[in-house]
Design a binder for this molecule. Structure first.
Ligand code: MN
Length: 245
């Protein structure tokens, strides 16, 4: 098996190093990741400047671009490597509910999925890298599972609680929950006295009921959500068709 690994926290992040170490014994791996933290970059591609690919001492490739750039370059001729699977992460912090739209971790996986390659995004629920070794072990065990029941290609969003291995209750198939709207921006003054704005934290969970990703991780399970990219709202389409007659 050939696996392309990427992330959005950058090629130096403990999550991607742990992930690569965990997958190395079971697959031929190539790591292509952003040169710096690009969390929140969503599916953006860099179109206004050239991309450069560098190789670090540990063999990881790093790119002056976004997670989507990394996977895009790797799949469209930057490397003579045709992966069977894209694995993204392990992200520092959860990507659940509406986070998935902003996530660069999910975006790196999505980029592979758009090229017809199955893809999995892994995130740890809490920031700070506690139990990242456990998350890496779970990622390897998950990659080793037979997922023949899924239609190909699949796109899976996996969130792992930061816990000792023995305390994790298992895997749970989930749907995305929903968050309340984001907290307010944080205003500060810069040294020139100008008002500046930092994007505030994500909103608290709103739909976190049974069956959601939020509910699964809160109860000690690894959440596995199958994603799709077709944004068409089927019911609204039917209403609109009639309304536009
Ligand atoms: Mn991140």
């Amino acid at each position: 098996m050939k696996i392309l690994i990427s992330n959005d926290d950058g090629y130096l992040a403990p999550g991607i190093i742990a992930l690569a170490e965990a997958l190395k014994p079971i697959a031929e791996i190539v790591v292509v990741a952003p040169d710096s933290n690009r969390s929140g970059s969503s599916n953006s591609l860099t179109l206004d400047r050239p991309l450069l690919v560098f190789c670090a001492d540990n063999g990881f490739y790093f790119v002056n671009g976004t997670p989507s750039d990394c996977v895009h370059v790797a799949l469209t001729g930057g490397f003579a490597f045709k992966p069977d699977l894209i694995v993204s992460g392990i992200n520092q912090g959860q990507n659940m509910g509406d986070d998935t739209l902003y996530s660069g971790t999910v975006a790196a996986a999505t980029e592979g999925y758009l090229f017809g390659i199955p893809a999995i995004a892994f995130s740890q629920v809490e920031k700070g890298w506690a139990h990242v070794d456990v998350a890496a072990r779970i990622a390897r065990e998950f990659v080793e599972r037979k997922l023949d029941m899924l239609q190909m290609p699949y796109l899976l969003n996996v969130n792992i609680p930061n816990m000792p291995y023995e305390q994790i209750k298992g895997l749970k198939a989930t749907r995305l929950g929903k968050r309340h709207e984001s907290e307010a921006v944080i205003k500060t003054l810069d040294p020139h006295g100008r008002e500046t704005f930092w994007i505030g934290p994500a909103g608290k969970a709103k739909d976190a009921g049974e069956g959601t990703d939020f509910h699964a991780v809160a109860n000690g399970f690894v959440s596995v959500t199958p994603l799709q990219i077709d944004l068409t709202h089927a019911r609204q389409l039917d209403v609109l068709k009639k309304g536009l007659l």
